[in-house]
Design a protein around this ligand. Structure first.
Ligand code: ADP
Ligand code: MG
Length: 368
């Protein structure tokens, strides 16, 4: 198929945090920020990769040589990993000239990595007429990130970038991967959803993630369920009584109440009551801070300051220990909230956060 230009968005998770490895529910939506790929097929088996956002010139790799652990490392592992995953699954992706340019902040928890993968898969799917469905591409992109890059991520990011639609959040069941598009158009309701990128990333996050994951698995084992998703919200009190370790109890309480918060948010959105989801978001933050213990002073400062300045709700989003928070506001309140957060960061001596409006946007697409 002819050469062209493709785009894939970053994403933010509205609600459903640390539920993905418990077979639970997540609800991301796509950002207007995208990674744009200009791609041309080449038939000599060479992959020529260049990014306007990474230092250095183009990198050339032979598709036949791609294998996990054999790449040069660095950013090219993401797109090279996608080509490897496609080929390993028996899809005849070959060489290409690939040039990337992105408006997604990297490392801010907004999934620039998934956008890079998904835009690559989409372009190769078209250039080599592979006929793959989006969910299939998302799974192969996840495999690229897990196996080729070596980052143990769930399926949410790639699915969001590939499958989201404008004006909707994506309700994803991480057990059976079924999905529902839930209408969410804040602007139409006089609301604004802000993203505050704290620009911090605390170094111990990987080890802490592993501990939370192990604690959740221990909780599920004690309760005799395959995953914490199988503990009904109605049975939570009884389940907690069966857990001796207070740390495991707190982890279980977060996961079960968080799955329930996803259901509550869907109910509110379907009823046209998006405004009322503010307190649910804030509850989610308290649960992540106090029970799951993955927040940090900068994220707590965003949430506390935004609420004091009149925001409807706020919470950290993503894995935690840094990254971004989301804040739901009535449009007229936005300038006050923004100003208060900037001032609070300045007086605490933190770097200036990046604040922008997140409009639920379309998923990956061919532009020309
Ligand atoms: P996030 O996905 O939250 O932005 P990650 O650490 O998962 O954070 O992924 C960021 C990495 O993805 C960057 O360090 C870089 O290697 C790669 N990356 C993402 N977007 C681009 C881009 N446009 N050009 C080059 N590399 C990119
Ligand atoms: Mg990522």
């Amino acid at each position: 198929m002819r050469d062209g230009v493709w785009a894939a968005p970053g994403r933010v998770n509205l609600i459903g945090e640390h539920t993905d490895y418990n077979d639970g529910f997540v609800m991301p939506f796509a950002l207007p920020h995208t990674t744009v790929l200009t791609a041309a097929r080449r038939d000599d088996g060479v992959l020529r990769l260049h990014s306007a956002d990474a230092g250095g010139g183009p990198v050339e790799l032979r598709v036949g040589d791609l294998a996990p652990g054999r790449g040069p490392g660095g950013w090219t592992d993401y797109p090279a990993g996608v080509v490897w995953a496609l080929r390993e699954a028996g899809h005849a992706a070959g060489g290409a000239d690939l040039h990337y340019e992105s408006t997604i902040p990297t490392g801010a928890g907004l999934s620039s990595s998934a956008a890079l993968e998904v835009v690559t898969a989409l372009a190769l799917n078209d250039l080599y007429e592979l006929g793959l469905e989006r969910q299939r591409m998302a799974r192969l992109c996840r495999r690229a990130e897990n196996v080729y890059v070596g980052a143990p991520t769930g399926i949410m990011d790639q699915t969001a970038s590939a499958c989201c639609t404008a004006g909707h959040a994506l309700h994803l069941d991480t057990r059976d991967l079924s999905q529902r598009q839930i209408p969410f158009d804040p602007a139409a309701l006089g609301l604004e959803l802000l993203i505050v990128d704290t620009r911090v990333k605390h170094a111990h996050s990987d080890g802490e993630y592993g501990k939370r994951r192990a604690g959740c698995e221990a909780g599920a084992a004690t309760l005799g369920v395959a995953a914490l998703r199988d503990v009904p919200y109605e049975d939570l009190a009884r389940a907690l009584n069966r857990l001796d370790d207070p740390r495991v109890r707190a982890l279980v309480r977060h996961v079960v109440t968080e799955d329930h918060r996803v259901e509550r948010v869907i109910g509110l959105l379907r009823a046209g009551q998006a405004r009322a989801m503010g307190p649910v978001l804030t509850e989610g933050h308290a649960s992540l801070r106090d029970d799951f213990r993955v927040s940090c002073p900068e994220l707590d400062l965003v949430v506390g300051t935004a609420l004091a300045a009149g925001a409807l709700g706020a919470r950290m989003t993503g894995g935690g220990f840094g990254g971004s928070a989301i804040v739901l506001t009535d449009v007229p309140t936005t300038p006050t909230v923004t100003k208060s957060v900037l001032e609070a960061f300045a007086s605490a001596g933190h770097a200036e956060p990046r604040i922008f409006t997140a409009t639920p946007s379309r998923g990956a697409t061919r532009l020309s």
